[in-house]
Ligand binder design. Structure first.
Ligand SMILES: Cc1ncc(COP(=O)(O)O)c(C=O)c1O
Length: 439
């Protein structure tokens, strides 16, 4: 690991990086690619849009099919042995998924995606914790899914939103956080990793700053968990949210972690969503509302959950554990370094953040850029002709664009199954952009 980091940080041994990448690709990454049917079925496509969503391993398709063919019924409510068994499978799956972030079975609940999880938590905090003039800190690098729920609710519940701004390195400076915090600060809600800049925030230090001040820490881990290990026992986090589909899992499934210290008095709190499956008793009359709520996690899961998706996702998690998924982080960092070097060599690319900072464990995997004097949508049209899938636009994080002084960027986002050849294809296509637009 040390040697690898040295190679990256020296920034001189470009050929060594390629040689190194090719060895890892041959020994490990090609085997991984064989686990994903997408690559066999689309040999002409170069998929570099992993921050939007990731491709799916065979195990996901197999387990989804197995579940629907053999075990399908509703869960939690029925008295039949068959449905009990399905509920057991669901419970086992919940256990596996919770362990992935080193939490417990009864510390996670399921939603549709990260966006729904973030909305749930914003509502839950507004209903039960936030008072008039309280302050919620968000950051300039937030995805709209974290930014907008709190912002809308601030108008109704009259709490204040404060934005932790990016510095000129396009990072969040911890000193600036200290300056923003006041006795009225109740929540800080922050992304673990920027979906535009590739910056990984130091959530351990942030947790250390806020935890003695009674401030609740909410982590949007939609991107962060894809590239960085999370240990909820090591870092004191109050809430954490991610989507299964960005972590090689199914769509329609989000995961929310709540630190068990918040389970106290749950019965006296108002759930953000209510309905079937969360109550022990309901008695409502003209002058009476008497509702008994179930405990965690059922309290947070009204309605039928995404049963087969939870099951198949737990098998994706097993797959990731078996291949020591997070060991690929070093490979992803090297691949990013290779990409950034190549983009810099072109001479007609504007890089954001990577123009003034090294690729490192705190900035990798996601690379925003523009081709000078060419709109990102035109770039994407040319790349599309070469089968290259990237994302262009504002990436649902428009506060960043204001800082960059642009209205859109091209974004390449890598996953552990990408290879150096794919980056070479991208670079060749960018030469075509140069030719077409006579740069
Ligand atoms: C940092 C971040 N947060 C939240 C989301 C929302 O995720 P989803 O669309 O799965 O709800 C995204 C999606 O791109 C993201 O990148």
């Amino acid at each position: 690991m040390k040697k690898n980091d040295d190679v990256l940080n020296n920034g001189i041994l470009k050929d060594d990086i390629l040689t190194d990448l090719r060895i890892i690709e041959k020994e490990k990454v090609q085997k991984i690619r064989a686990d994903f049917p997408f690559f066999k079925n689309n040999p002409e496509i170069v998929y570099l849009d992993n921050a939007a969503t990731t491709q799916k391993p065979y195990i996901l398709l197999e387990k989804e099919k197995e579940f629907l063919e053999k075990y399908y019924s509703n869960v939690n409510r029925s008295a039949s042995k068959f449905s009990f068994h399905t509920t057991e499978l669901l419970d086992k799956s919940r256990d596996i998924i919770s362990k992935f972030i080193n939490s417990n079975f009864n510390e996670i609940f399921f939603t549709y995606n990260a966006t729904y999880g973030l909305n749930y938590l914003a509502l839950f905090l507004a209903y039960n914790y936030l008072k008039e003039n309280d302050e919620v800190i968000l950051t300039q690098m937030e995805h709209h899914s974290n930014l907008l729920p709190f912002t809308y609710l601030s108008k109704i519940f009259n709490f204040k939103i404060k934005i932790w701004k990016l510095n000129n390195n396009l990072e969040l400076d911890l000193n600036d956080l200290e300056k923003l915090i006041t006795p009225k600060t109740k929540v800080i809600s922050i992304t673990y990793m920027s979906n535009v800049l590739g910056v990984v925030n130091n959530i351990e230090s942030i947790s250390n700053i806020v935890k003695d001040k009674g401030i609740m820490l909410l982590i949007d881990a939609a991107q962060g968990i894809v590239h960085n290990e999370i240990d909820t026992k090591k870092i004191d986090i109050d809430f954490l949210v991610f989507s299964a589909h960005k972590l090689y899992g199914p769509t329609g499934l989000g995961v929310v972690y709540i630190n068990k210290k918040h389970f106290k008095n749950l019965q006296t709190k108002t759930p953000a969503f209510a309905g079937g499956g969360i109550v022990s008793k309901v008695n409502i009359d003209e002058n009476l509302i008497d509702i008994g709520l179930l405990g965690f996690p059922y309290y947070f899961e009204p309605g039928t959950p995404a049963i087969s998706q939870i099951y198949s996702f737990s098998h994706v998690i097993n797959y990731l554990e078996n291949i020591n998924y997070y060991d690929y982080k070093t490979y992803e960092i090297k691949l990013t370094k290779y990409l950034v070097n190549k983009l810099q060599e072109l001479g007609f690319i504007e890089l954001y953040g990577y123009d003034r900072n090294e690729v490192s464990r705190n900035r990798f995997g996601i690379v925003p850029f523009n081709v000078k004097n060419v709109h990102s949508h035109d770039v994407s049209t040319v790349l599309d002709n070469y089968g290259i899938v990237i994302r262009v636009g504002h990436h649902c994080a428009q506060l960043i664009n204001k800082k960059l002084n642009v209205d859109s960027t091209c974004r390449v986002s890598l996953a552990f199954y990408n290879i150096s050849n794919e980056i070479d294809t991208l670079i060749q296509a960018l030469y075509q952009v140069k030719k077409i637009f006579k740069l």
